[in-house]
Design a protein around this ligand. Structure first.
Ligand code: SF4
Length: 431
């Protein structure tokens, strides 16, 4: 734990970052800048990166007067913290008129002390599957050429190799080509939601772009089964996951997915078959449970209908449908997670806390995956019409309160393999 608050960072606008020792760093919650408790700062984990924020001035606390003031030496700086870690405070800054909207990344507070970068965050997941030091490109490239050779006609394998792995460097795709853990299976070129921060499609009129292009074909069950069965049979802690960042909504392809699951389970009962989804079609979820789906992860920015629908802008479905999808999965004894987009000031507001308690009680939820929300904070709050975020608990305290009341609800960042779902949740992944 730090003995004193770390110092604010600023950039010269040319990618060079400096500390300003006249100012202690602060954090942001909702629209407010505030001091960060010293015990909340951790060293920036391996795989994290720093961003300069054009048109924004960092907010700090004067080391002599204790007053809050702007750092006018340069642009504000934020951190993109690596997977398995949850940010407790956003970067605090004042945005100047005409500043560009920030791209779809998370903007956690960042600071400096004793020649190290610090962030207010917690490691929420012990699973090492996306730790950057675990990736070996020689093994990945060998895997890509071997698998492309093995399935020359398979359009989905070509997409996973050329786009996901070699272009987007998707952590899940890289793990697949290393023959381990979670294998991604995108399947849907379309979606029935219009999320503000969609990472596979952004409307022309928006100034931000989506980091991935959406899949532009409908894979056949044979194309899916051809490579997923060997993965389930051979990979350590195997998971096959429908619903990836490079597609629309997989439940719109439920017939193809059902046929694929039925065929997979004819060959092997090993591993977990999961779907990452917006949860919009409970009847499709029921059909997939009947076919053998093992787990579901429903993405949401909130447990409150109004906040959810303001962000997802759903077509022909409602917040109640996603709740129903979680209940359907539990009714078949399947594992349910929410992919919970954490936004300090919103996620830990008192209203959200009450709504989350209600959602857990109503659905019998198994797991909360506390994910950092990859979005420009000002743009998001502006778009969903939030001018005042009200009283907040603090993300850490929210986690403690939920854990106290619902000790059976697991916390993490990734979909658990069957070994964790059925066995001891605390699995040693290194071996
Ligand atoms: S549900 Fe997924 S694919 Fe659909 S709009 Fe939202 S982020 Fe995009």
């Amino acid at each position: 734990m730090l003995k004193q608050s770390p110092f604010i960072l600023y950039s010269d606008g040319k990618g060079n970052i400096f500390e300003d020792i006249s100012l202690y760093a602060t954090g942001r919650s909702g629209w407010d800048a505030l001091p960060v408790p010293e015990e909340d700062w951790i060293e920036l984990p391996e795989g994290g990166s720093l961003y300069e924020l054009p048109g924004r001035r960092g907010i700090g606390i004067d080391v002599l007067t204790g007053e809050m003031r702007l750092c006018t030496k340069g642009w504000a700086v934020a951190a993109f913290i690596p997977p398995a870690h949850t940010g407790l405070y956003l970067a605090a800054y004042e945005t100047e008129k005409g500043a560009p909207t920030l791209p779809l990344f998370c903007y956690t507070a960042a600071a400096w002390q004793d020649s190290k970068f610090f962030v207010p965050a917690v490691r929420i997941e012990q699973d090492i599957r996306q730790d950057c030091e675990g990736y070996d490109w020689d093994t990945i490239n060998k895997g890509v050429s071997t698998i492309l050779e093995a399935y020359p006609q398979n359009r989905l394998i070509r997409h996973l190799a050329e786009n996901c792995c070699l272009t987007y460097h998707c952590p899940a795709a890289r793990n697949y080509f290393m023959g381990r853990w979670e294998c991604p299976v995108p399947s849907s070129p379309a979606c029935n939601a219009n999320c503000l921060g969609c990472i596979s499609f952004q409307p022309q009129e928006e100034s931000i772009t989506s980091p991935q292009d959406r899949l532009n074909f409908k894979p056949l069950p044979e194309e899916i089964v051809e490579f997923t069965v060997p993965h389930l049979q051979t990979a350590p802690f195997p998971i096959v996951s429908f619903g990836q960042g490079c597609e629309g909504e997989p439940l719109l392809m439920w017939e193809t997915i059902r046929e694929s699951i039925l065929e997979m389970r004819k060959h092997t009962d090993r591993g977990s078959i999961n779907i990452n989804t917006n949860g919009s079609k409970p009847n499709a979820v029921r059909a997939l449970c009947e076919a053998g789906l093992d787990s579901i992860r429903v993405s949401t920015n909130s447990a409150r209908k109004s906040v959810y629908e303001a962000y997802y802008r759903p077509n022909n479905y409602t917040f109640e449908d996603i709740v129903e999808s979680l209940k359907v999965m539990r009714s078949y004894g399947g594992w349910t997670s929410i992919n919970y987009f954490v936004f300090p000031g919103m996620t830990d507001s008192v209203e959200e806390y009450e709504a989350l308690r209600e959602l857990i009680r109503e659905t019998g939820l198994n797991m909360i995956q506390w994910r950092n929300f990859n979005i420009d904070p000002d743009w998001y709050l502006g778009k969903i019409g939030v001018v005042e975020t009200g009283e907040f608990l603090g993300i850490k305290q929210l986690m403690e309160l939920i854990h106290e009341e619902f000790p059976e609800v697991k916390f993490g960042y990734f979909n658990p393999p069957m070994e964790r779902i059925k066995g001891r949740f605390e699995v040693d992944f290194a071996h």
